[in-house]
Design a protein around this ligand. Structure first.
Ligand SMILES: CC(=O)N[C@H]1[C@@H](OP(=O)(O)OP(=O)(O)OC[C@H]2O[C@@H](n3ccc(=O)[nH]c3=O)[C@H](O)[C@@H]2O)O[C@H](CO)[C@@H](O)[C@@H]1O
Ligand SMILES: C=C(OP(=O)(O)O)C(=O)O
Length: 419
């Protein structure tokens, strides 16, 4: 199993090119199922989750090219089965986003239940309720969500009890081919929802309101293939910005989307970073200063993203004072805290809040990555720790960060992958 060996090498400095967003690429790849002909997707990140999605689509019978220079073609017209098997689904929760598109296009879908994961139970009840509201017969049997619809789904008004990103995406994609108008109320407003809506609209869908909490989808009979470029990854961008801040360094993120990252940039400024932004770049400069503590509370967009919480825990652990980090989205997303404590961090959990007292330096240790962003926060910790930090189980990291060791090395970090 691969590990990352990290040693402190001073402040990070330089430029890093941001990849396409995992959380936009995955729903867009799954929504390709809705097209009548070939989709050509650009800026697709080379990630384990993208690879899993390619395998899932091929298992359905779709003709999918190999990922070449961030380009991927998907011809869904060769699909022969609507079953997404457990073996692949269990490795990636986002597989549930095949449910809506398969059901809308073929009238049936059997998608394995993804199960719980390290950060929380993550039920899919809202996905199921929404499809039922559109007239589908949906059962959970033998570990599978089995959905059936005779004819087209029917437009409906769906009120989401909880703001759900993939729930909104699944239902929006399904409604694109429904008969009539669907309203999704209390919809997720994340930029990745907007990117999926833009892709669907380019395919011929009639979606308005994406990015607000009410999305209107006027169903159409058919969608066609298009060429579409996936948006930049705001969480990858935020991770490199925090890595630079924690090391008291500087970084320029190229091919980024600053407008998708406002809550993170504001908190980095509060930490003392000098931030500048252009159309597609963001720079951060700590001018050698130790980060100031910043308290955060995660919540749905446009508030502070849960996917940046772990990285901010590390930055606060190295800050000049005390901070409070509150997680409101996932019930178990502090698995990194005991690992950071093994590196000498001063932090304590009280319910869904982590109380952190910053110190000057952490100590290298062997640590275990438990989920994607927890892994990233441990790598950042290693960049400023004495001695060597070995981060185990980095297959989590490979789900969401393209070539992290090469990108960090480009910024002057001493990070090596060991087999
Ligand atoms: C592939 C992808 O885009 N993943 C992102 C997506 O995950 P994902 O879409 O799975 O997360 P959700 O937005 O659905 O989860 C938000 C909350 O809603 C709850 N919930 C969700 C669905 C449901 O049917 N019932 C229910 O109760 C969840 O348990 C959680 O407490 O948004 C999360 C929150 O921004 C991010 O951390 C993930 O990186
Ligand atoms: C939790 C995440 O992803 P997923 O929903 O794919 O598990 C994440 O990207 O931080």
């Amino acid at each position: 199993m691969d590990k990352l060996q990290v040693r402190a090498a001073g402040p990070l400095a330089g430029e890093v090119t941001i990849s396409g967003a995992k959380n936009a690429a995955l729903p867009i790849l799954m929504a390709a199922v809705l097209a009548e002909d070939t989709m050509t997707l650009g800026n697709v990140p080379v990630l384990r989750d993208v690879n899993t999605t390619i395998q899932l689509l091929r298992q359905l019978g779709a003709t999918v090219s190999d990922l070449d220079n961030s380009l991927l073609t998907i011809d869904p017209s060769t699909i022969t089965t609507c079953v997404a098997e457990y073996e692949l689904v269990k490795t990636m929760r986002a597989s549930i986003m095949l449910l809506g598109p398969l059901l809308a296009k073929y009238g049936k879908a059997d998608v394995s239940l993804p199960g719980g994961c390290a950060i929380g139970a993550r039920p899919v009840d809202l996905h199921i309720q929404g499809l039922r509201a559109m007239g589908a017969d949906v059962k959970v049997e033998e570990g599978y969500v089995k959905a059936r619809m005779n004819g087209r789904l029917k437009g409906a008004t769906i009120l989401m009890d909880v703001v759900s990103v993939t729930g909104t995406e699944n239902l929006m994609a399904a409604a694109a081919l429904a008969d009539g108008v669907t309203y999704i109320e209390n919809a997720a407003r994340e930029p990745e929802v907007v990117d999926l809506a833009s892709c669907l609209n380019a395919m011929g869908a009639k979606i308005s309101g994406a990015g607000t909490d009410v999305i209107r989808i006027e169903g159409v009979e058919k969608l066609h293939g298009v060429r579409y470029d996936v948006m930049p990854d705001r969480i990858e961008t935020g991770t490199y910005l925090v890595a630079a801040a924690a090391t008291r360094g500087s970084v320029v993120c190229r091919q980024a989307a600053p407008e998708t990252l406002e809550p993170v940039l504001l908190k980095l400024e509060e930490a003392g970073a000098v931030i500048e932004r252009g159309d597609d770049w963001i720079s951060l400069d700590m001018q050698g200063r130790q980060p100031k503590p910043v308290s955060i509370k995660t919540a749905p967009h446009p508030a502070f993203p849960t996917d940046m919480q772990a990285q901010f825990c590390t930055m606060n652990a190295l800050s000049s004072g005390g901070a409070k980090v509150t997680e409101t989205i996932f019930e178990n997303r502090f698995m990194h805290v005991p690992e950071l404590k093994r590196m000498g961090a001063k932090m304590d959990l009280e319910g869904n809040t982590c109380l952190i007292q910053g110190i000057e330096q952490l100590q290298g240790a062997q640590v275990m990555a438990t989920d994607l962003r927890a892994s990233a926060c441990l790598v950042i910790a290693g960049l400023v720790a004495t001695g060597t930090t070995v981060v185990d189980r980095i297959y989590h990291l490979d789900r969401g960060y393209e070539q992290i060791e090469h990108k960090l090395a480009g910024l002057g970090a001493d990070v090596v992958r060991v087999k």
